[in-house]
Structure formats: C-alpha cells, structure tokens
Design a protein around this ligand. Structure first.
Ligand SMILES: *Cc1c(COP(=O)(O)O)cnc(C)c1O
Length: 467
C-alpha cells in the first residue's frame, strides 16, 4: 500500500510548469527540463516534499537560463580570457559576419569562370602576406592545426616526433602536448632535460623513425636560471640536413611586435620564427591575433599544400562565418602596417594599449556615481594581463574599481554579480572585490554601475533606506 501513495505524490508535468510561472527560458525548454526532473523523481520512487522538489527544478532552470550564451562584463583585467570567449570582435569583423552570414556567398565558387573554386583563396593569400610566409591556411583551432600536422607527418613509416622535455607543456584545460601527440598516432621522443636541451641532444634522439621536430612555445609560463635551447637557426639547419620538417606551435602567434606596439614583453613573432627557418608555424586566431576561433598554419608552400590535400583537412575546415571574420581581421592587421595602429583597431590591441589615465578618469566617474551605495568604493592599482596563455610575464598597469560592502561578504557579492543582468566578473584581492577597468568597455560603464547598484542596493532596500 505504501508504494501507490508515494507514486501519487509525484506531481504532473503540467502542474509543475504552472507552479514555476515565468522561467525566463523558452517554454519548450523549461517544459522539457521539468519532464526530465519528474521522470527522475518517478525512477527514484517519488518525493515526499513537494516544495523541495519545486526548489530543485527552479535551481536547475535558473542554472540553464544563466548558461545561455550572453554578454558579460569582464572585470578580471585578463584581455584574452578563455572562459570569457577570448577576443571580442570589432566593427569591421562584425560587419563582415553580418554580410557573409545573411546572404549567399561565393564560398566555393570561382566567379570569373563560374566553376567550383577554392575556399578562402583571398584569405590564404592575405594571411601569407601578413605572416611573410610563402603560403598559409586555416583550420578550426590551433589544437586542430597541430593534430593535422602531426597526423600528416607521422602517417607513414616514420612516427617519432622529437620534442624538448622543456616543451612538454599543458596549455589551459585539457590541452597537453603528449596527449595530443598520442591522439594523433605519433610517437613522442623526448629530447634533453626540462631546463636545458642542446643540439647534441637532438642528434642523439634522432634516428630512422624521426618524422618531425616540434617546438612548442612556452606560452603560459617562463623559465629562468640555468636554462638553454639551441638557437632556432641552428636547429632549423640541423633539421634541414636530415630532411625532417621543423614545426613550431606558437599558440598565441603575434603578428606584431608586442614590445614596440603594446609596450609589453616581447612575444615571438610568426614572421621571425619562419625567417629563422621553421618549415611551418601554427597559432590561434582568437588570441593575440584578435579574431575568431581558428588555427592558422603558415610556412613552406609545399608543406601547406600537402596539408590541404590531406583527407583529414576536410574534417577541420572552417565555416564561412569564420573565414569571413578572419579575412576582416587580417585586413585590420595589414592596414595597421607600420603605423602601429589604425582607425578600426582590433579590440584586443586597443584594450592592451589603453593608457592608465583614461582608465582612471572613467574610474573616478564611477566612484562618484556609486557614492550612495552601502559600500566603500575606491580606485586601486591593478595589473592587467594579456591572458590566453600569452605574455606570462607582462603585468600591464591598470586601474581597478574596488568595493568593500558594509554587509555583504565579498564572495557573496561576486556570486550575485555573476548572476546579474548583465553578469559581472571580478576578483577578490587584498580584502576588496575588484573590477579591472581595462577589460570593461567604456560603453559598459553605465551597465556596470547599474549591475552593482542592483546587487548592493536592491529596490526594496533602497526604499528602506529612504524611509
Ligand atoms: C593556446 C595554445 C594552443 C591551443 O590553441 P587553440 O586555438 O585554443 O586550440 C596550442 N598551443 C599553444 C602553445 C597555445 O598557447
């Protein structure tokens, strides 16, 4: 008799949906979620407490609603934040996305002949020019570029890839060089030691089975002290003598002189790495390059063309939106040329170049605007970062908006701001909740003030304060 009464306690999907009211989610999605929760309840044999069940469904719905892709305010000071979507795009790129996405395009049509044409011919041409490379192409991301390269060059009898032990790195979540190699069917041959690798080490490790020399840019950390590796030109000459391709995974891939143009630490440039003899380089489209997610491969025409003919290339090819966005990004870079900047500058570069004085002016206005909040609001000295595993040593002076609420604990302030409209992401340091203004777009200042006000002085408490 016990079982039937418990089953009766299971509410109908319709009742639960009614009880929830407006969820902020598309109705079909909310109903589907409720259906799954009710089914789970039934499998578990029923729930005694109706209110607890409703709370659980509400929390799931809220979690799902917040996971919808939406703009957030980045107060972390990390310009290329992988969790926040890396490079924001500028007007030239967005215009191109609209034009290419909303219309038919000549993606694979050669307009003069009316025949089927190659994808991205103009983009590849412009990329090669920008990288000072004989040829270039693109795939979905830098990880894909690396897998393509590894599979291609280790697909035959030779399987071994030589990598210095100092370059067997992990980049971000789930990208570990040894695992990428393994997944591509390549055999790792470690060379030298963690801190020092010499040409003699490469010679000792090389053999009949050597398919490729891979150098991986240590993008997210740096080594200091008793360290060393062969000069790039020497390693390139060594590889050429053995007729083994030398490939460099640059990750961030600066196409500009970051020291001269951005006033930060110098990131190795694609152009110079190729000039020093690498056969191929690969790098991300959405790190310092400032565009969309893509993996750019540049280098010797023979090598690039062979990669493009590899059947696996087809599985990694980019969509028209990506190709269009990259084309506009490359044009931004080419226009910038030697002047170091151009009108429609890429947001990543513009943010990295923002002078501290401009940030302080905005910060001062925000402090005034937020003067009535129940919190101590002040400006602090921040240290922005390029992020995205680039320029690990560069701490760019910045300005932070610092908050110390009278009542709300800092972690709770952070939590509520993340769930606000729009979500605001900051960090706790030195007993303050801090928002680095470098990564907040000036057009977001009013929204930021509104989001802070909504959390620190919700309407009901504002009314209470007036009473
Ligand atoms: C970021 C990075 C990658 C991965 O690039 P994605 O475009 O995210 O796939 C690979 N190698 C290095 C050295 C990196 O810094």
């Amino acid at each position: 008799m016990k079982q039937p009464s418990r089953l009766r306690a299971i509410p109908s999907v319709e009742k639960v949906v009614q009880a929830l009211g407006d969820t902020g989610l598309l109705r079909a999605v909310a109903v589907d979620l409720v259906r799954r929760e009710v089914a789970a309840l039934r499998r578990a044999g029923g729930a005694p407490d109706h209110a607890a069940f409703l709370d659980r469904v509400r929390a799931r719905i809220e979690g799902l609603r917040l996971s919808r892709l939406q703009p957030v305010i980045n107060g972390t000071g990390i310009v290329l934040h992988t969790n926040l979507g890396r490079a924001p795009l500028g007007p030239a790129v967005l215009d191109r996305l609209l034009a290419v996405g909303g219309n038919y395009t000549n993606l694979e049509l050669d307009l003069p002949s009316g025949e089927r044409g190659g994808r991205a011919a103009c983009l590849e041409h412009a990329l090669a020019l920008l990288c000072a490379a004989p040829a270039a192409t693109v795939v979905n991301n830098c990880a894909a570029a690396l897998v393509l390269i590894l599979r291609h060059f280790t697909g035959g009898a030779r399987k071994q890839v030589l990598i210095s032990r100092g370059e067997l790195v992990q980049i971000g979540g789930g990208f570990r060089i040894p695992e990428i190699l393994e997944s591509a069917g390549a055999v790792l041959r470690e060379v030298g030691t963690t801190n020092r690798t010499t040409l003699a080490d490469y010679t000792r490790a090389a053999g009949r089975g050597t398919a490729l020399i891979l150098r991986v840019h240590r993008s997210n950390f740096f080594m200091d002290g008793f360290t060393g590796s062969p000069a790039p030109e020497e390693l390139a000459a060594w590889a050429r003598r053995r007729r083994v391709p030398l490939v460099e995974d640059l990750g961030s891939g600066a196409v500009l002189d970051t020291a001269a143009v951005l006033g930060v630490e110098r990131e190795p440039m694609v152009q110079e790495v190729l000039a020093r003899g690498a056969d191929l380089v690969c790098f991300s489209g959405d790190k310092l390059f400032g565009g969309v997610q893509a993996g750019i491969i540049a280098g010797a025409a023979r090598r690039v063309n062979a990669l493009k003919r590899d059947p696996f290339f087809r599985a990694l090819r980019c969509d028209k939106l990506i190709l269009g966005a990259l084309e506009a990004t490359v044009e931004n870079h080419l226009r910038r040329g030697d002047r170091g900047h151009d009108e429609g500058e890429l947001p990543v570069l513009a943010l990295l170049r923002l002078p501290v004085e401009a940030l302080r002016d905005r910060g001062e206005r925000l402090v005034v605007a937020l003067g009535d909040l129940p919190a101590r609001v002040s400006l602090g000295a921040g240290r922005s970062q390029a992020g995205g595993g680039t320029l690990p040593r560069a701490a760019i002076p910045s300005v932070t908006l610092d908050l110390l609420p009278r009542e709300l604990p800092l972690a709770e302030l952070g939590r509520q701001l993340r769930q606000g409209h729009p979500p605001v992401i900051g960090y706790v340091s030195g007993g303050r909740f801090r928002l680095d203004l470098r990564t907040v777009f000036p057009r977001q200042d009013a929204e930021l003030a509104g989001a802070l006000r909504a959390v620190l002085m919700p309407p009901e408490s504002a009314a209470g304060a007036r009473r």
